[in-house]
Ligand binder design. Structure first.
Ligand SMILES: Nc1ncnc2c1ncn2[C@@H]1O[C@H](COP(=O)(O)OS(=O)(=O)O)[C@@H](OP(=O)(O)O)[C@H]1O
Ligand SMILES: Nc1ncnc2c1ncn2[C@@H]1O[C@H](COP(=O)(O)OP(=O)(O)O)[C@@H](O)[C@H]1O
Length: 199
């Protein structure tokens, strides 16, 4: 058991994180609709895990689309390519002790299954977390204005509105954000990782 100590006093800090938990990598995939809360929860969890001494990487959908998946759009085929690319990188990192957080819509069950399969084949932990925010609340939040644009006819093919979202049937965790604060939902997620021996 490794115990974090405060540099000034050498006193044991409140939360003692087992060394094995810090060294064990895993992919934590946050799937859900646009504005569900995937990115917010990934960054909140990342901050807490880093403070506890874990190696953490966030593979954010938006950022990935600027670099690794530059040029891909939102057709079924492009989304599948995007998701399996992210899954490939995530598995490599997780196999090397990194907690990988992937806040990526991943709307199709077969793409998520392919990513899971790759992790399984390599003996790497894969946790599918469904950020299960109802579309009505997502469209109220509308962080990037996509729901308004779709309603105005300026865009089409928006996940959960006029493009499919295949909700996970059997995710490792389904997390609610409706009527919950960010801190509460992030704590739910952290508690789940602790249960699994990952935090
Ligand atoms: N048509 C359409 N449908 C869904 N999402 C759209 C679309 N156009 C742009 N966006 C924005 O793209 C962000 C990244 O999407 P992802 O790479 O996670 O999507 S996917 O898994 O490849 O389907 C995604 O980010 P989040 O809002 O954080 O989920 C969206 O804001
Ligand atoms: N319990 C909660 N968990 C996560 N986000 C929440 C919660 N309650 C409200 N929100 C808000 O919902 C929005 C979610 O946006 P974002 O994380 O960018 O979604 P996504 O990455 O799924 O598109 C943020 O403005 C966030 O503050």
């Amino acid at each position: 058991m490794s115990t974090a100590t405060t540099p000034a006093t050498g006193e044991a800090a409140e939360a003692a994180v087992p060394a094995a938990a810090c060294e064990r990598g895993a992919t934590v995939w946050l799937t859900g609709l646009p504005s569900a809360g995937k990115t917010t929860l990934a960054f909140a969890l990342a901050e807490r895990l880093r403070a506890e001494g874990h190696k953490v990487e966030v593979l954010d959908g938006d950022e990935i689309r600027e670099f690794l998946s530059k040029g891909l759009g939102f057709t079924r085929e492009d989304r599948h390519t995007n998701v399996t690319r992210i899954g490939f990188v995530a598995e490599k990192l997780a196999a090397n002790g990194v907690k990988v957080l992937a806040p990526v819509i991943a709307p199709f069950a077969d793409s998520r299954a392919a990513v899971r399969e790759r992790h399984l084949a390599n003996g790497t932990d894969f946790l599918e977390i469904h950020v299960a925010t109802p579309v009505e609340l997502c469209s109220e939040r509308d962080v990037k204005g996509l729901y308004a644009k779709q309603a105005a006819g300026e865009i089409s093919g928006l996940t959960g509105v006029d493009d499919p979202y295949e909700a996970p049937e059997d995710p490792e965790l389904r997390i609610q954000t409706q009527g919950r604060t960010v801190a509460e939902s992030a704590a739910d997620l952290h508690a789940f990782l602790t249960e699994r021996g990952l935090a």
